[in-house]
Ligand binder design. Sequence first.
Ligand SMILES: C[S@@+](CC[C@H](N)C(=O)[O-])C[C@H]1O[C@@H](n2cnc3c(N)ncnc32)[C@H](O)[C@@H]1O
Length: 271
Amino acid sequence: MIAMTEHEFTLLAGYIKRNYGIQLKAEKQSLLSGRLQQVLQQLGYDNFSDYLEYLKTERSGEAMSTLINKVSTNHTFFMRESGHFDFFQTNVLPYLKRTISDGDLRIWSAGCSSGEEPYTLAMIVDEFLGNEKMNWNAQLLATDISGQALALAKAGVYDSEQVDLLPKTWRLKYFNRVDASRYTVAPQLRQEVIFRKFNLMDAQFPFKRKFHSIFCRNVMIYFDARTREALVKKFYDFLEPGGYLFIGHSESIVRHSTAFHYVMPAVYRKG
Ligand SMILES: C[S@@+](CC[C@H](N)C(=O)[O-])C[C@H]1O[C@@H](n2cnc3c(N)ncnc32)[C@H](O)[C@@H]1O
């Protein structure tokens, strides 16, 4: 067991905060140390100071990528916080269908983890548009910082335990069985989601056009108040007027600090 000193924790936590926005409080020291043991062993380090030095000097990005895969919490599931999806289907999509004139629907799942959230959205959009889908460009953008999570998302293979909870019609239409314990997302649904690696802390958002809805749920929970506020402001700037922002139910936006209008718990709208 390689011990992490308090000083090394402070330096490492500072590095993670600066690069990913993720705030690790002092009580996370043993968790962080535990998650990185194997990484240090594989690299042949016997202390965290050398590892930190390596992190700062390694140029290919692999060191940072391994670190974020260890640090981020990727827990997610289909239809998570289902009230959001009901609202999206019954209120947001009808509004967008009425108001979008060029057939270009732009939805962003920011912090998509292993893909359950964007695939859920893609199924809802597909079902909602039905036969009219061919008149729309409805591909969703799904981004995450974790290469590991994105690889799972792109592979689109999920445990039966998860998929069996979805409506039968969805299971039949949007999934193919691999074996007794796994399903894979059907190609026609997979092509509706574009997965990209993207760090929400990047100074510039590289998007040419604004979004009609942004889902950034259970991501900002790991950020401190200032980082959250700055990110929410960026989301505001990158939403079309009348666009919606969905955040996690355990997250909130301080009302006096934002131009967003509160719609319902964890749903906000640009005026
Ligand atoms: C708990 S998952 C949320 C998944 C999904 N949105 C949901 O609500 O179920 C949080 C995700 O945020 C991602 N994340 C954390 N910090 C990030 C950052 N700075 N930029 C992009 N993604 C980040 C993590 O990699 C992780 O996959």
